[in-house]
Design a protein around this ligand. Structure first.
Ligand SMILES: O=C1O[C@H](COP(=O)(O)O)[C@@H](O)[C@H](O)[C@H]1O
Length: 251
């Protein structure tokens, strides 16, 4: 795809970097996140990081586990969660704990998973909404600013648990809502929460992501079909892709 045919509204505020392969993509993302943690903590006491789920970020979390970081100052959240117990193989929390959080000496009070135990996803969404408001000290109608929200993108263009043509895409008055993956509930950050971030990093790998990326960066792409397109934060927006995903954007 020629750069001249990409959506100028997105490109104006976006950095797109295409790395040669997945290990290089992971190493680059690791350096970026570690740098941002150290730089930001020179100016503030706490660093807030929301993690992505799925399979793509697992090697990044394993690499973060090898870093020397000021863990007592870093607070971990998730941008979305499958509606399963924390021990379930599909749990985003479980993956990040196994790959990173449980491998290092994180204070347990710095880890803020989405609750999934009430048997009612809307109750758990409301509980986590209030937990975030209490942590950040924001009132109803206000949105907190995460230092980094790490996101992935599915081959259907979903991000967090904002799936194509679902009601969650229209929620604008809450931090957390209930997403819908083929009829299964999930918990997810809402667009306004995502879009208040200081920095969003998309981490995307694999050839199967190419068609959705082409729509997201096309002026004609439909945000309701490709929800990642509507992530347009007030801060930085950085798309990090491997060559398999980003070859057509690399021209
Ligand atoms: O289901 C999910 O999928 C997306 C994308 O995952 P990936 O493995 O294709 O990168 C992920 O970002 C999201 O957190 C997760 O719940």
């Amino acid at each position: 795809m020629l750069k001249s045919s990409l959506d100028e509204n997105i490109l104006g505020m976006t950095q797109i970097q295409v790395l040669s392969d997945k290990p290089t993509l992971i190493a680059h993302t690791l350096n970026l996140i570690v740098d941002k943690i150290h730089t930001t903590l020179q100016q503030q006491e706490k660093f807030t990081l929301a993690l992505a789920g799925g399979g793509t970020p697992k090697p990044l979390y394993e690499a973060l586990a090898q870093q020397s970081l000021p863990l007592e100052k870093i607070h971990i959240f998730w941008g979305d969660e499958r509606y399963v117990s924390a021990a379930h193989p599909d749990s985003n929390q479980r993956m990040a704990r196994e790959a990173w959080l449980d491998q290092v000496d994180f204070p347990s009070s710095n880890i803020h998973p989405m609750p999934t135990g009430s048997n009612d996803p809307s109750v758990d969404a409301q509980t986590h909404d209030q937990e975030l408001r209490d942590f950040f000290g924001v009132e109803a109608g206000e949105f907190p600013t995460f230092d980094i929200i790490l996101l992935g993108m599915g081959d259907d263009g979903h991000t967090a648990s904002l799936f194509p043509k679902t009601e969650a895409l229209t929620v604008s008055d809450r931090l957390i809502t209930v997403g819908n993956k083929d009829g299964q509930p999930r918990l997810t950050f809402t667009y306004p929460l995502l879009n208040h971030a200081r920095c969003i990093i998309f981490l995307v790998a694999g050839e199967n992501k190419r068609p959705a990326l082409a729509q997201i960066f096309s002026p004609d792409g439909d945000e309701t079909l490709y929800p990642a397109k509507a992530v347009q934060p007030q801060g930085e927006l950085i798309w990090l892709l491997d060559e398999a995903a980003g070859a057509e954007l690399n021209g």
